[in-house]
Design a protein around this ligand. Structure first.
Ligand code: UT7
Length: 322
C-alpha cells in the first residue's frame, strides 16, 4: 500500500491588515483586552473583489511550485472552506478551472475550522488506496464575510487567508494516521444559523453572521484538542518526544497554550501564528504549517502533529513526517 507524502506547501494572506487599534474604532474593545484574551494583534481582510478561490489559487500555485509539480499532474483536488465563492459549483471546481486542470475529481469539504484536517484525511485515503497519486489539498476562507462587525465577541477573532499542500504517493510515510470526530449535538454553540435552504433572506440581506458561545467553545476546544493528542500518540504507539512539532488550530493563543500545557508539549515545540492572522478557520493549520516550513522551523524529516477544531462540533488530527 502507498503512503501520502507532503511534497510542497503554500499560503496566502490578503494585503489589507486590520489591527486591534482599528477595531477600537469599530466596537467597544481595546488592543490590551484582545491581546490579553486572545494573543491576536492583527488579522487580514480580503478586498471587496477578492474571493475564497483567489486565496486558494495563490496558495495552491505556491504549493505546486515548491513540490515541482505541474497542474497537469494533479489528479485530485479537495478544498476545505466554509465560505465558498458560490453556492455551486464547488470552490474546488472553480480552482480546478483556474489551474487549467481537467477531468480529475474536485470537491469541497465543509468541517469549518477542522476542514483542512478532514480534507487531508480524504486525500490521504485516496492516495493510500491508489485512487490518486498527486492531490492538491487546500484550506481557504473569506471568513470576514460572515462576521458581524458590530459584535465584539466574534469580530476580534477572525480573519481571511488560504493555505495549500501537495500530497504525492510514496513508499514511505508521509501521513502516519488521521483521526476525525464530529458531534452535531453542539451545533448551536458555534454557527451561522442561516443558509441557503433556511432563511435565505439573511444571506440575501448580508446578515448571515457567525454566532458563538465563546466560553463553551473555548473549554471544548481545549478538551477536544488535548484528547486528540493522546489519541494520535496512542494510535501510533509513540510518545510526545517522538513528535517534533504540535500545530493546534490557530484560534486563540490561550487555547493553544492550554493544549500545550495539558499535553506536556513544551512551548518551543508548539507552533503559534494566530497572533498575526487571527482565526482563519480552514486555512489556519495549513497557514501555520507553511509559515513554519518557510521560516525554517519545521524541516524535512520532522514529525508534525496537526489538529483542528471547529463548528459542528468537528475535530480531527493528522500525524505526518515531512
Ligand atoms: O475555531 C473555534 C472558534 N472559536 C474559538 O476558539 C474561540 C473560543 N473562545 C474564545 O476565544 C474566548 O471565549 C473569547 C476571546 C471569545 C472571549 O474571551 P473570554 O476570556 O472567554 O471572555 P468572556 O466571554 O468571559 O468575557 C469577559 C468579559 C465580559 O464582560 P463582563 O461580563 O465580565 O463585564 C465581556 O462582555 O469581557 C467582555 N468582552 C470584551 N471586552 C472587550 C467580550 N468581548 C470583548 C471585547 N473587548 N472584544
Amino acid at each position: 500500500m502507498k503512503y501520502a507524502r507532503l511534497t510542497g506547501s503554500g499560503s496566502y494572506l490578503p494585503d489589507k491588515v486590520l489591527t486591534n487599534h482599528d477595531l477600537e474604532s469599530m466596537v467597544d474593545t481595546s488592543h490590551e483586552w484582545i491581546m490579553a484574551r486572545t494573543g491576536i494583534s492583527e488579522r487580514r481582510i480580503a478586498a471587496d473583489d477578492e474571493f475564497t478561490c483567489d486565496l486558494a489559487e495563490k496558495a495552491s500555485r505556491e504549493a505546486l511550485h515548491v513540490a515541482g509539480v505541474s497542474p497537469g499532474q494533479v489528479d485530485l483536488i479537495v478544498v476545505a472552506t466554509t465560505t465558498p465563492d458560490q453556492v455551486f459549483p464547488s470552490t474546488a471546481c472553480l480552482l480546478q478551472q483556474r489551474l487549467g486542470i481537467r477531468g480529475c475529481p474536485a470537491f469541497d469539504v465543509q468541517a469549518v475550522c477542522a476542514g483542512f484536517i478532514f480534507a487531508l484525511d480524504v486525500a490521504n485515503r485516496f492516495i493510500r488506496t491508489q485512487g490518486a497519486r498527486c492531490a492538491l489539498v487546500v484550506g481557504a476562507e473569506t471568513f470576514s464575510r460572515i462576521i458581524d462587525w458590530t459584535d465584539r465577541g466574534t469580530c476580534i477573532l477572525f480573519g481571511d487567508g488560504g493555505g495549500a499542500v501537495v500530497l504525492q504517493d510514496d513508499d514511505r510515510p508521509g501521513i502516519h494516521s488521521t483521526h476525525l470526530h464530529s458531534d452535531g449535538a453542539y451545533k448551536d454553540l458555534l454557527c451561522v444559523p442561516t443558509g441557503v435552504s433556511r432563511n435565505y433572506e439573511a444571506v440575501k440581506s448580508g446578515t448571515a453572521y457567525t454566532t458563538m458561545a465563546g466560553n463553551d467553545v473555548f473549554r471544548w476546544a481545549v478538551t477536544a484538542m488535548s484528547a486528540l493528542v493522546d489519541e494520535t500518540l496512542e494510535a501510533n504507539g509513540i510518545g510526545r518526544d517522538d513528535v517534533d512539532w504540535l500545530i493546534p488550530h490557530q484560534a486563540n493563543v490561550r487555547i493553544i497554550n492550554a493544549v500545550g500545557k495539558r499535553t506536556g508539549f513544551p512551548a518551543d515545540r508548539v507552533i503559534v501564528t494566530v497572533n498575526h492572522h487571527g482565526n482563519t478557520s480552514a486555512a489556519s493549520v495549513p497557514l501555520a504549517l507553511d509559515e513554519s516550513i518557510r521560516n525554517g522551523k519545521i524541516r524535512t524529516g520532522d514529525t508534525v502533529l496537526m489538529e483542528g477544531f471547529g463548528g459542528g462540533f468537528t475535530w480531527g488530527s493528522a500525524l505526518l513526517t515531512l
